[in-house]
Design a protein around this ligand. Sequence first.
Ligand code: ATP
Length: 753
Amino acid sequence: MRAEQLREEQDAVDRRYARLDDLRAQTADRLRRTRRVGPSGSPQNRSERDAFATLYEDRLAQLDAVEQRLTFGRLDMADGSTRYVGRIGLTDPDHTVLLTDWRAPAAQPFYRATAAQADGVRRRRHLVTRGRVVTGLEDEVLDLDAVASGETDATTLAGEGALLAALAGARTGRMGDIVATIQAEQDAIIRSDLTGALVVQGGPGTGKTAVALHRAAYLLYAHRRTLERSGVLLVGPSRVFLRYIDQVLPSLGETGVVTATVAELFPGVRADGVEPDAVAEIKGRDVWRQILARAVRQRQGVRLPAREVTLDGHLVTVDPRDVADAAARARRTGQPHNLARATFVRDMLGRLAQQYVTQLAFPVPPDERGEVVEDLRTTREVRIALNLAWMPLTPQGLLESLYTRPERLAAAAPELTDAERAALARPAGSAWTPADVPLLDEAAELLGEDDQAERAQAAEDARRRQAELEYARDVLTTSGAGALVSAEVLVDRFAHSGPLLTTAERAAADRTWTYGHVIVDEAQELSAMAWRMLVRRVPTRSMTIAGDLAQTSSAAGARAWGAMLAPVLGPSWRLAELTVNYRTPAEVADTAQEVARAAHLPTSPLTSARRVPGSLVVDRVADLTAGVVAHARAALAELGTNDEGAGRVAVIAAPARVNALHEALRGTDLADDLNGGSFLDARLAVLGPRAAKGLEFDAVVLAEPAEVAREGGVGDLYVAMTRPTRALHVVAAGELPEGLAPATGPGQSSQAT
Ligand SMILES: Nc1ncnc2c1ncn2[C@@H]1O[C@H](COP(=O)(O)OP(=O)(O)OP(=O)(O)O)[C@@H](O)[C@H]1O
């Protein structure tokens, strides 16, 4: 019976791969033919050809990315029909549906149907494949009458097999998709409405990241018209994290999402400076909207002593009362600083022109004063005087002047204490830090539109024009038409028909780009000012906000969603909670929760999907380094070897200890395991808890937990303890933190080295 079912499913899977291969061959053929239209094509043809070539290349990449587990599910409906569910939708040449895209409404029962609410489904079947071979089946019969009548093999009722197999698999250093085993509570979030802000709160390992990524793919599918042009932005905590997840969306057939850290959201600024947490916390406070607004106002209509300027032998005075008056009027326009400045200058020039003409022996009608105004405008002293009164400002210039000139900061920021202001001081030209970015963005809003996006576009246009010029010269040389038309003229003729930048590229270069949807992961880390910046990127407030308040480590981060989001979203956000931990064995997760609760962290309820006896080892040692090396060796040995190079072990320690442990491990037989490029790629990595945020490893060796908690807070320890998928080795020479009692109870073991 089983062999027969396997054969039947193998046939079904083969047919779908055959169709995928056909589509690939067709697309590759079209691409080849498009490319064959060589340099003899007209420029218009060439632009068209490029556009088509890009189209086919993207399609080919998409078809290649869905190779693994193309078909993973089958629904047998009560009406006798059958549908297969897979990574993308496929139809026969005669338009019969072969495969239903997992995001289509017709696939929803695959994730949601239960015996109580069968949604027209009689049987749900998971197909387990390796490469293109079907290796297993798992049935859930939702029509219990059929089971009773023996129509279906009742022994195949275990629905969790595919999920548990996925959870137990060795990790590769890159996150995989969960499309074959999405659970109902996750599916509800993935398919939740596009409109409004949705907060996804859940403990460690509940799939927040996975759900956020699948939601991005779902939204792009269900609202392609809206989102393709405006784009989707995904904000993550670090570049390493973004690399960790960067395969997931392509494997779901989506490549157009812009990914960025908060530090990268101000085009033209590289925020790679570092600063103490306490300073970042000050910069993250909501009060900066008043501080910056005040700092800008203080640069408008600056009161200076009266200044006399001679024009053609006549004296005019830049009078502080006029300056104050004109500044007040300019401010009343409500425009940002650099735009209101034009109003101020116009007003002042009018006043100066008035002074000038009253000194003349003859009357000058108002409509003939333009020349006088123009003369004044181009007089150097007048320019200097007006500039001093209302300087054009850049966001960088404004912020730097606050950090480098204590008297300016004191005037702008009375809300801060002397000590806080002193902490912000730094030498001119210092590197920008991630916490500066939201402040620069706020300043840019107050100052008025900068031209960064235009400049980026101009640079791109220049680059493209150069390439087109070279191409045009080639064409002219080979066709002998050089005498008739210059390369420049030729390029001008097709200047606007070239391939445009993709939405993602244009969006990433433009500070004022507004996205159709923004997804934030590890959202608990964002400061109040960072939220203001993000919300500016999505005026519709269509957002997915995934995070866990118990894992907050940034001092500027969230302690409660309501308090953090109220200033930017008011009460208009909805909460969805994830409660099942899919990553960490129950033995480890339960202890981690005890540690977190002992420190009164706001933990979410958490049930673990599986138990792994012996997965928590607590070892009290005399020599910490020797203990860590021994446990890292044991953890690597437990991984064994496998042909795909999967399996990852991390040593997590307080940041101050990371280098020493790394050095110690390098001096042992484990040195080879440490090499592998970034720590995502190595079999063995040594890192601090914050670098480990959002990541996972097969086994974690946690060095000196009390020190991790002391240096970074219990939130950091909670993060570190919840990274492993199979085993946590706690190695401690000092005291253990509360909640992490040594080896008691079932499933825990203790050993001495
Ligand atoms: N439905 C599922 N099927 C298979 N694997 C799943 C499922 N849901 C989650 N996982 C796996 O559980 C692990 C944890 O998921 P994820 O990283 O998204 O959790 P998280 O809530 O973001 O965790 P953290 O808050 O600790 O960063 C990942 O390996 C993910 O692939």
